[in-house]
Write a protein that binds this ligand. Structure first.
Ligand SMILES: Nc1nc2c(ncn2[C@@H]2O[C@H](COP(=O)(O)OP(=O)(O)OP(=O)(O)O)[C@@H](O)[C@H]2O)c(=O)[nH]1
Ligand SMILES: [Mg+2]
Length: 396
């Protein structure tokens, strides 16, 4: 696994309490890509372990065909490895590209780990292992359970306070183990996105409505969580906690009014799942440039954020796009990294206008340059997600 730089292998850290929708999210992320009619033209999503892939797909089929949901996750975490395999790997041009595969590693674990004490030493050490793996991600999604928000209508603050406290205590409990003798962690998720799961329960909401509720009701609890995280990491200013927001829904669920079990599950009505790959691969790159312009960040910290971002950036900008030099010329000089050849591309990629991404994307598709086409498509998807009110991206 470790032979790939991280932007090519990106871990996704999804934090959520029991029942918040983690396993369903993973199943709905993967399942549709395996359906017969699915076509992205640019890439295929492949589970590295066929048996695991089948079990996830089975979860999805259960929802799609029988309105059944996966069992709650208990005792064990499972790590799923996926490969986004770009088309055209066998073409002459394809062979020259810097990488063929973006890997995504997704850890699914019992949400009760946030609220229940471990039942044995062995389980305690499994937890530490899982969280250590999670902390290798650049981006963390903190799930806010839409069902719980509904259940606490009018007193959302109570739920949000308990949620943030549980996240904090989860981190505090593991603090010593995670630090393992170091004073502070260098590598750590630096972008903590607050994500509403089960957004289908709020058909009238856009991401701004969600943000306003969370900030309005729980700003101080988010501050406490941020302080706890800041305490753990080197360069604590290079952190976005509760500045980015996302709406997610894995399917549209209709529940029976008698016992709240699902009557119908429409898996075609998904929200935000297509943003997961773009968020995981491009947000860290953009944030790295933003922070580097504004903050004095030690090099060793920058280097762990969006590892391999420069290679990615070169691809994104299509290498030799018209106007790139002019664009780079207009950008502010950045500190110690300015001398590195790849940096202009990094900045250009982070600052790339949508119109430019669209041009590069169109040309790359024409030329069957699947790598550039995929990454610029991610960029376009991000911008679209923002425009359609699903994503708020921090500008700090
Ligand atoms: N309305 C709605 N309900 C959802 C959605 N996703 C999950 N659910 C419901 O939430 C339940 C729990 O989802 P899971 O994915 O199993 O939750 P989890 O976070 O994996 O829980 P643990 O395994 O206990 O940590 C599901 O059985 C569904 O009933 C969604 O997108 N919309
Ligand atoms: Mg689960």
């Amino acid at each position: 696994m470790a032979q790939y730089p991280r932007v090519r292998e990106q871990h996704i850290a999804v934090f959520g309490e029991s029942g918040s929708g983690k396993t369903v999210l993973l199943s709905s992320f993967f399942g549709p890509t395996q359906e017969g009619g699915y076509s992205k033209n640019l890439w295929d999503l492949v589970a590295d372990d066929a048996g695991q892939g089948n079990r996830l797909y089975q979860n999805f089929l259960g929802m799609r065909d029988r309105s059944t949901v996966p069992m709650p996750t208990r005792f064990n975490a499972t790590t799923y490895g996926f490969s986004v395999k770009l088309r055209g790997g066998d073409d002459a041009d394809g062979k020259k590209r810097p990488f063929d595969v973006l890997r995504l590693v997704w850890h699914d674990y019992p949400g009760e780990w946030f609220t229940e004490s471990p039942s044995s030493e062995e389980e305690a050490s499994r937890r530490v292992e899982t969280f250590r793996a999670l902390l290798g991600s650049d981006v963390a999604l903190l799930l806010v359970d839409g069902q719980k928000l509904l259940d606490h209508r009018g007193e959302e603050e109570r739920y949000l306070r308990s949620l943030m406290t549980n996240y904090r205590q989860g981190i505090l409990r593991l603090r010593e183990d995670l630090l393992a003798g170091q004073p502070r962690l260098v590598q750590f998720p630096r972008i903590w996105i607050l994500a509403l799961s089960k957004a289908d329960l709020f058909p009238d909401w856009d991401v701004y409505a969600f943000r306003d509720l969370v900030i309005g009701q729980a700003a101080e609890h988010i501050d406490e969580l941020r302080a706890t995280i800041q305490d753990l990491v080197e360069a604590p200013d290079a952190l976005s906690v509760g500045e980015d927001f996302l709406l997610l829904s894995s399917a549209r669920f209709e529940l029976s009014s008698a016992d709240a079990t699902p009557v119908t599950i429409d898996v075609t009505r998904r929200v935000g799942l297509d943003l997961i790959l773009p968020v995981a691969s491009l947000l860290p790159l953009e944030r790295r440039v933003q922070w580097n312009e504004r903050l004095e960040i030690p090099r060793k910290v920058l280097d762990t954020l969006a590892v391999g971002a420069d290679a990615l950036a070169l691809v994104l900008t299509g290498g030799k796009i018209a106007g790139l030099n002019k664009l780079v010329g207009r950008l502010p000089r950045v500190g110690p990294l300015a001398s590195r050849a790849a940096i202009p591309a990094l900045i250009a990629a982070a600052r790339m206008a949508e119109s430019q991404a669209r041009q590069i994307n169109a040309r790359a598709r024409e030329n069957h340059d699947f790598l550039t086409a995929t990454l610029t498509q991610f960029k376009l998807d991000l911008e679209q997600g923002i425009k359609s009110g699903l994503l708020i991206r921090s500008r700090r």
